[in-house]
Design a protein around this ligand. Structure first.
Ligand code: ADP
Ligand code: MG
Length: 246
């Protein structure tokens, strides 16, 4: 609608796993180009929230509108909508028996109908962007964790997503490789990508986030600018969490 520029609009979402309430009345919207960093303790529902946006989880109630389409409306082509959402996980999940470049070209050829040559040209450009063009023809097992995660980011970008969702993209990496992955994410942010990022990297939040969202026990407890979080968090649970990670 004209009154809102939201590209993601999550309203009053609930999700339980048995007796466990993973999402408790969560509302969160994201504007086009906005960078939202989601923080919170383990088990607070961060991954479930991200996974709900592309319907890897189906919520029990509430609505999720992505780019104007209700993901729970049976008329919505969810496979098409998923192409607008690039997802990067803690575990890079590259196809082990495909070369780095093949990892980037499979989906664009299969799902978007690009020719192999077109997909390869885009793939090489993206590998250049993430700094590993020289590894295009090797297998993922030959790469470091940081390099593999940069390939995973390039693979997501190869589908030309409108929104990128990152779920703890650096949590599985050796400390010396975290920076190179964050650098790629910062570049993407500067280019205007709409991003939701679950991370404990507060330096990244400070540098990139338009808004930080703190979740606990399946609920959004507090949200605000990084300045707000680092200078004057209000909720006691937020303060406790920040004191543990900062
Ligand atoms: P976070 O990403 O913040 O660590 P999650 O969203 O992964 O939290 O999990 C939220 C809660 O839901 C946790 O208690 C977790 O154990 C539970 N949970 C997540 N996925 C499932 C599942 N598929 N089945 C049962 N419980 C789950
Ligand atoms: Mg998680």
């Amino acid at each position: 609608c004209a009154a809102s520029q939201s590209i993601v609009d999550i309203r009053h979402v609930n999700k339980s796993f048995g007796a466990l309430k993973a999402l408790n009345n969560v509302s969160l919207s994201m504007n086009l180009g906005e960078k939202v960093v989601i923080i919170g303790p383990s088990g607070s529902g961060k991954s479930t929230l991200l996974r709900s946006i592309n319907k890897l989880e189906t919520v029990d109630s509430g609505s999720i509108i992505v780019d104007g389409q209700d993901i729970n409306d049976p008329k919505t082509d969810i496979n098409k909508l998923r192409m607008e959402l690039g997802m990067v996980f803690q575990s890079f999940n590259l196809f082990p028996h495909k070369t780095v470049l093949e990892n980037l070209t499979i989906a664009p050829v299969k799902l978007k109908g690009l020719s192999k040559a077109e997909a390869e040209a885009i793939g090489l450009k993206l590998l250049d962007k993430v700094g590993i063009k020289d590894k295009a023809h090797v297998y993922p097992s030959r790469l470091s964790g940081g390099q593999q995660q940069r390939v995973a980011i390039a693979r997501a970008l190869a589908m030309s997503p409108k929104i990128m969702l990152f779920d703890e993209p650096t949590s599985a990496l050796d400390p010396e490789m975290i920076g190179e992955v964050l650098d790629v994410m910062v570049t993407l942010a500067r280019e205007g990508m709409t991003m939701a990022v679950v991370t404990h990297e507060m330096g990244f939040a400070r540098e990139v986030a338009d808004r930080v969202v703190f979740m606990d026990h399946g609920a959004v407890i507090e949200q605000g600018t990084p300045e707000h979080f680092f200078t004057s968090p209000e909720n006691e649970r937020t303060k406790l969490f920040l004191s543990q990670i900062l």
